[in-house]
Design a binder for this molecule. Sequence first.
Ligand code: BG6
Ligand code: MG
Length: 224
Amino acid sequence: MQYHTKEMSNKVFIFDLDGVIVDTAKYHYLAWKNLANELGFEFTEKQNEQLKGVSRVRSLEILLNLGKVELSEDKKRTLLNEKNQEYLEYVHKMTSDEILPGIQVALNFLDDNNIKYALGSASKNAPLILKKVGLFDRFTAIVDGNDVSKAKPDPEVFLIAAKKLNKTPNYCIVIEDARAGIQAANNAQMTSVGIGDKKVLSQANYILDNTEMFTVDFIKKLIA
Ligand code: BG6
Ligand code: MG
């Protein structure tokens, strides 16, 4: 069995946060939708796919583009702040109940087998969210929107995480729900696991319908 233990510890995992660890993607959507409605246009769930994994500033640009609205930099700053305040109202109510199905079991398995994992998220709210759901202390490293200068699909966030885990990219397995995130993982030359719509995540090395399918058996297959 020693052979197994050794094999298992070679690989490391990098988890996205929103839509992978917790279902905050729905809160982001609600806050952006409200903003769009205030500006006088609709914003659909399908359009929202374009915002997943994308930084807050870039998200607003995409949204304004969809609504064909042009605003001053000052007004944009105000709206970004408003959106985040509304989003935080949802976040402040979060508890560990909002950890997505299967994730606790997966993290327990990784801990039990000394397999390290980091967070690689575009969100500047990541530390707060992890604290709210009681997972802040579980990650070997947390790399978030405050640490990067280039947003996904740039590989920067995952490359920093790999460095903090002391591993080269070929040992890293990224779990993502966003197209931009899968592209970032692929750009980093890491193994990519997409969670969600097969059409959106077609570039991933593996695609799972939901986090429940991120089982211990699947993890064992990944690290074999
Ligand atoms: C990503 C989300 O994780 O974080 C995006 O998928 C979001 O939708 C981005 O825009 C930035 O998040 P925040 O919390 O810094 O506004
Ligand atoms: Mg995500």
